[in-house]
Design a protein around this ligand. Sequence first.
Ligand code: GUN
Length: 286
Amino acid sequence: MAKIIDGKAIAAETRAKVAVEVKELRGRGVVPGLAVVLVGSDPASRTYVNNKEKACAAAGIHSEKYTLPESTGREELLDRICKLNRKKEVNGILVQFPLPKGLDERAVIETIDPQKDVDAFHPSNVGRILIGDYRFVPCTPAGIMELLRHESISVEGKSCVVVGRSNIVGKPMAMLLMHANGTVTICHSKTRNLTDVCARADILVAAVGKPKFVTADMVKPGAVVIDVGMDRDENGKLCGDVDFSRVEPVASRITPVPGGVGPMTIAMLLKNTVTAAKIQNGIPVQ
Ligand code: GUN
């Protein structure tokens, strides 16, 4: 029986710590601010954006939401970002992905001022993560590192396997685990003997976006299993990338879906926004 890592509770603790920091900053006349840009009307994206807005309000962070129509053109969107780059009240900018077809995500990412890039998607922030000299980390991998820290799970010397090589999760996750002295393997759709590779992991991170992809035979007894998935099973029920009911008895710790990694993502976004406010106001970031 694995211990279930309570991401909801740990995220609440992180958010409470952020709120204390925001209070201190406000006392010094600095109000951290986040701008969230949503293009189009994808219902899931709309929910995510609304949750981010609520989380900001609860932590005392100023937030601005820009909802642009599906028909928004490239120049209009980039122009909006440039205006936010110049706006003093805005320390962090997040453009919700995916964008409607025809809009270029790379152009959007590269237009955001790297100092306001709270997603850490800009090539200069990605490069900093690679080098190990970074202040912003993409929210999901950052949240996972926080979960491991909170649970006193040491990464050093461990075999860490990340399944999935996306720019948002897989690649930065692998870098963070490596910086924490893990021995890291990244698996993807072309990996041979995936089951065997996964079964060697002390820490297994599933970020493939396929429901119940990680099965019990892919998990070493006693491994820590982190599930980044937000999928729907054959009955339309929310589930993760891990076949939870079968893997849970094999693992030593496991994150549930929902209530695992997901809540940490927003908490880390708030943290990155506070970091951005500090950087832009010449306040040391510890
Ligand atoms: N869509 C899904 N996850 C994310 C994220 O972390 N950042 C942004 N901007 N969009 C997303």
